[in-house]
Each structure stands twice: as C-alpha cells, then as structure tokens.
Ligand binder design. Structure first.
Ligand code: ADP
Length: 663
C-alpha cells in the first residue's frame, strides 16, 4: 500500500527516467515506495533525507526531521551511546545490520517506543560520507513471537505436568520433545542429549542399559515387539522394569506422521489385578469345594432318607397290624418332614451341580404355548387346593418360539408358578403373559399375593434366602429361585421381578427368541436360487477356514459340514500352537477355534491372533463345551466374533460362516 504524504499533497505524476530535471521526484517516489523507513544521515549524524514510511512510523513531518540529529528518533537512554556508535561506523563503514543481538527501539514524536530492526549502508558522496539506514517496525513480529513463546510455554508445562513419561517423535522418527519423566527413564542410558535421537536408538540404549526386566521375554523378543508395535501402534505394550515396576506404553500416530508416546507406571494396578486374580482363584476353589461337598453330602443323605421314607410309608400302609390313629398322625409328620428334607436335598444337589458346571443345557426351539399349558396343568391341582386361579393370557399371534432347554425352561416356569400359588392369596389369580423384546421373549407371571417386603427383595435370587418366610407357615427351601436364575443364565437368558408387599409380585424370565432365518439348515440354504448369498456353487470367490480342534470326530463333523459349501476350503490343526502358525501363514478368511485344547488354550491362541497385526482382523468363532456362567465374562473379553457351545448345531455354524464370509 502506498504511504500517504502527511500534508495530503497529491503525488506527482510518473515522470520518465530520461528527464534529468525531474529525477529528484523519481528518486523521492522510489524511496517512498520502500516498505521500510529510510533515513539518510550525514557524517555528523544529521538527517538529510527521510521517506514517507519514516514520517508515519515516527509521527514526525519531514521538515521536522531534516537537519536534526538522528538521536531524535531514539529513546533518550540510548542517545549518548549512539553518538559513539555512529562515529565508529563512519570511521569504518560497511553494509551491516545494526546492533545485531541487541533489541533496538525507536522513539515516536509522542514519546512512545517501539521495537525496530535497522540495517546500515554507507553512501560515499562527493560532499562526504552519508549513511542510509533502513528502519523496520517489528512490533507485530515481536508480538507474534511473544504469542508463540507463550503457547510453547503452556505446551511445555502441560507436557511436563503429565504424570507419565511423554515424548513426541517426528516423521523421521527423531525425538523432538519429551518431559522430564521420559528423560529420567531413557536419558540416563544415552550419552549426550536425548532430543534428536531415533526411537530405535532410545529404546535400544534403554534395553542395553538394563532398564527392563528381560528374562521373559528375552531382550531380542522384547526389542522386536517394541519395534513392531512402534511401526504400527495399536493397543498398548506392557513391560516390567528391572526395579520391579510395571509399565504400560501407549503410542499413537500424529497427523504429521510422527508418534506420540506415553508410558505409565501401572505397578499398583497390576498388583491390584494380581491380588484380585488370586482372591478370585481362592474364592473359586472354595466355591467349588463347597459345591463338591454339597453334592456328595446330598448324595449320602439321600440313601438313609429313602429308607426312612420307605419304611414310614410301609408302616402307614400296613394292613396286617394297622396303626392307631395317634401313631398314624406321628408317621404323617415323619413323612412330611422326610419329604421336605428330600426336596431340599434334591434342590441342593441340583444347585451344586449347576454351580460346579456339571449341568449342561441343550437349547432347541421350543413353543411357549405348549410349555405354559403343561405347567398350568401340572400346577392346577395345587392351585385349586390353594384356591388360586392360574391363567395363561392369550399369547401374541406372532410370538416366536424360544431357544431353550425344554426341561429346564419348564422347571423355571414351574418354580414361578408354584411360588405364585404358595405365596398367593385365597381366591387370588396368577397369570402368565409373554411378549417379544429386543430378540428375547419375556414371560411374566403376575400374582396378587402377599408380595415381598422391600428390604428383603435384594436377596430373593440368592440360595437359602426366603425373603422373610423363614419362620412362616409356608413350606419352602429358598433354593428354587436361585436355581431358576442360574438355569436362565445358562440358556443365555435372564430373570428378574418386582413386588409390592401386600399387593403382589411379577416374576419374569427373558429367554432368546428363535430366529427362523438364522436357524435354517445348511442343506436348505444351498437350495437358494443362484446369485443368493450362499457359499455353494462354482462361481464366486473361494474362502479358507482354519479349524483348530483336537477331537477327530469333531473334525470329521466339520469336514462334512464344510463339504456342503463348494467354495470353502477347510484346513485343520490339532493344537493351538500349530493352528496359529497356520493362520499366520495362510491368512484365512475365518478361524474356528476349539477352546479346550491340549497345551495352549483357545483363549490364549485367540489373544495372540489379536496381537499380531497380520492376524488381528481375522474373525475367530469359538466352540466350547463349557456353557458355564462363570466363563461368560472371560468369553466376552476374549475378542471372539461369536461363541458357540458344543454340541455344535450344523445350521447355527453354517449361518455364522455365511454371515462371516459372504460380503
Ligand atoms: P422357596 O422354596 O422359599 O419358595 P424360592 O427360591 O422359590 O424359595 O423363593 C425365595 C423366596 O422368595 C420365597 O421364600 C419367598 O419369600 C419369595 N417369593 C418367591 N416368589 C414369590 C411370590 N410369587 N410372592 C411372594 N414371595 C415370593
């Protein structure tokens, strides 16, 4: 932008350079066009010429400057020394920046100061030496430098305040920034400055310098693991230091292609986890010892009890020497007590079998209407005696079948039903209803009975808790609901209730709804028209599935099943160790993994597959006989695509494979 003359005088028209008489004007327009202030002084430091920029920068008119000493434009504190400098310059003049390394300031007419940059050029003239100073106002630059410095300070203090070790590597993998924890951890293994070193250099020095505890894994393995993680970071790497600390290292790529590394000391967390694990192992051992004990105890109790009940019945029925009325009453008590004890023992036995994982369920599609009718007809006589009406509300016409173990599912509904009768009120009702919600069928039994006091509700599903009925007249063991809950969970369902004391209760069970299309048999699927999503037929991509399984009959079964798919090749491996190597080499489209394998387990094998970048995304379908509740959390965290329980259903597996392989 052209500067305007303070007087507002119109600029002279452009004049040709050949016109000597007007060349002063040309000259003056040229120096006015300079973006910097130009001040020319003579050998005595007197200003002989200034341009427009100087006028507007310092706020003086040209006439006020010409003839004055240059020190007029300096803050007073510099004036005296400046006279010396300028005399020195005129003594040995050369083009140079002025006051290099010093902060220079100009002084405006109004006394205010501003930072400037000056370069000096000697201009020898016939009349003597002139010096031309080019002056630049660097206020804005200084301001933005200050801003950058402030942001940098914020950033550095933020980085420093990160509790863990923190470092940034650039796209060339050189360390550009780190906090003092990082420097403390790695810097002491390096000669000289750590900034500027490559990631590999920093890590190698730390490994060689003994930072890490490297018995297992070895130094070479750990080095390789760190480098491969650094190349493609995902998740975290755990390491132990030689001094016994547990570290967790996270890396993430920056948008510029660099890497941000943070390392946390997780010693306490790891110790905590270890303590929890130990506590859990102890608790599990205690619980399984308890279950074993209960199971064998119950068994032992049953034998003499059978004798007691048997002989009591014989006494009751003895026609030859009939009992007196008094004795009959007493024997009735023996029988009633004995039967109660037998029920208790049976339930304890059932519960302990379930808890120790010795009960397996065989879910299959089950029609609810049929099961409810059976439950109702079994319980009707009992309900009639108690004068409670047991009803089944009309079921929705589109209610799907449920996937459940028929006997166990019925056992749960029977338990709900008998409780509703036992804890019902005379002339009351208890009604079964059902509805679909989120892939589950919910069956509810609502009664208008005595209800459960609020402060007793929390433990209703815990074994031996009778929610206030311990001392009441209604017979029970407090185990039925505990069994119901575990059975429901074994079948992939859940239970719950709500109850108001004196008004009634609603107990419900959610059980998986049967999805007919997912359950279609592999054989049926093949009959789909060509161009469908089937894996059969000669046209279309081929797929490889690796099956890791040690049991020959299961392998034969799988080979039969896969033979139905024309475009799927099955590769089998008898152990997890061999299996994962095959997976790494072949990169199959899917892996089917048995869990209970000799040597490495299916969990461990899957964990390793999830760790390696080349196998990380290959879906793993787990097969296991252990349909046990306590495996659930482990299964959910294991990274399986799907978890199927044995005995494997052909249609289920076929559906999963199609879902996995066919895009
Ligand atoms: P029990 O053998 O005592 O019936 P359950 O495990 O079946 O054992 O039930 C536990 C407790 O829950 C019962 O003792 C009772 O207090 C309460 N309960 C269960 N169902 C009902 C119901 N429908 N109405 C009121 N209370 C119930």
């Amino acid at each position: 932008m052209a500067a305007e003359r303070p007087g507002g005088e119109p600029a002279p028209p452009f004049i040709g350079l050949g016109d000597r008489s007007l060349s002063d004007e040309v000259f003056s327009r040229l120096i006015d066009a300079s973006p910097d202030g130009v001040v020319v002084v003579d050998a005595h430091g007197r200003i002989v010429l200034v341009n427009l920029q100087t006028e507007s920068m310092f706020g003086y008119g040209r006439d006020e400057l010409v003839g004055r000493e240059i020190e007029l434009l300096l803050p007073e504190r510099f004036r005296a020394s400046h006279v010396g400098h300028r005399t020195g310059f005129t003594g040995g003049p050369r083009v140079r920046p002025m006051g290099s390394g010093l902060e220079l300031f100009g002084r405006r007419r109004d006394g205010s100061e501003f930072p400037i940059e000056i370069s000096l050029s000697p201009v020898p003239m016939a009349e003597g030496m002139l010096v031309s100073a080019s002056v630049r106002d660097i206020s804005e630059r200084k301001q933005s430098e200050r801003n950058v410095r402030r942001i940098q300070e914020h950033l550095l203090s933020a980085v420093e305040s990160i509790q863990g070790a923190f470092a940034i590597f650039d796209a060339e993998d050189r360390l550009v920034l780190c906090n003092s924890s990082y420097r403390h951890m790695f810097g002491r293994h390096i000669d000289g400055e750590i900034v500027g070193r490559s990631f590999e250099e920093v890590f190698n020095a730390a490994i060689d310098g003994g930072l890490f505890d490297l018995h297992r894994p070895s130094a070479a393995q750990f080095r390789a693991r760190c480098l491969s993680y650094h190349r493609a970071p995902s998740g975290a790497i755990d390491a132990r230091t030689a001094s016994g600390h547990s570290l967790r290292l996270f890396e993430r790529r920056t948008a510029e292609g660099g890497t941000v590394t943070t390392i946390w000391d997780v010693t306490e967390d790891v110790q905590h986890e270890e303590e929890l694990r130990q506590a859990q192992t102890i608790a599990e051992a205690a619980s399984s010892a308890k279950s074993e004990f209960l199971a064998s105890m119950s068994h032992e109790l049953r034998t003499p009890l059978n004798a007691i009940l048997g002989f009591a019945q014989l006494l009751q029925r003895d026609k030859k020497t009939p009992l007196s009325e008094r004795h009959r009453e007493r024997i009735d008590h023996v029988l009633k007590g004995g039967e109660h004890l037998l029920r208790l023992i049976d339930e304890i036995l059932d519960l302990s079998r379930i808890e120790s994982g010795r009960v397996s369920v065989s879910p299959e599609p089950v029609g609810l209407a049929e099961v409810l009718a059976e439950v109702k007809s079994t319980l009707d006589p009992m309900a009639a005696r108690a004068e409670v009406t047991l009803a089944v509300a009309p079921l929705p016409s589109d209610l799907p079948q449920v996937v459940a173990d028929r006997t166990r599912f019925k056992q749960i509904l029977m338990n709900y039903g008998s409780n509703a009768v036992k804890y019902g009120r005379r002339r009351g009702t208890a009604t079964f209803r059902a509805a679909v919600r989120e892939g589950m069928v919910r069956v509810v039994l609502a009664d208008d009975g005595i209800g459960i006091p609020e402060d007793k509700q929390e433990r209703v599903f815990q074994p031996f808790h009778r929610a206030g009925q311990e001392t009441g007249p209604i017979e029970g063991t407090g185990i039925g609901l505990a069994i119901s809950k575990r059975l429901a969970e074994l079948m992939g369902g859940a239970v719950g209730f709500r109850s108001t004391e004196g008004q009634g209760s609603e107990f419900w069970i959610d059980i998986p709804a049967h999805q007919p299309e997912a359950g279609a048999l592999a054989g049926e699927r093949q009959k789909q028209p060509a161009g469908g999503t089937s894996l059969s037929g000669p046209h279309g991509p081929r797929y490889v599935v690796v099956y890791i399984e040690d049991n020959p009959s299961n392998i034969a079964f799988m080979e039969d099943l896969i033979a139905d798919f024309d475009r799927v090749d099955l590769v089998t491996a008898p152990t997890a160790e061999i299996g994962i190597e095959i997976v790494r080499a072949r990169r199959p489209d899917a892996v089917i993994m048995d869990i209970n394998l000799p040597g490495m387990s299916g969990f461990e094998a899957t964990r390793r597959l999830r760790e390696w970048p080349e196998t990380r995304d290959i879906p793993v379908v787990a097969l296991s006989a252990a349909a046990m509740v306590r495996d659930k959390a482990k299964v959910e965290g294991a990274g399986f695509y799907r978890y199927l329980t044995k005995p494997v259903k052909a249609d289920e597996l076929a559906t999963v494979l199609e879902e996995l392989l066919v895009p």
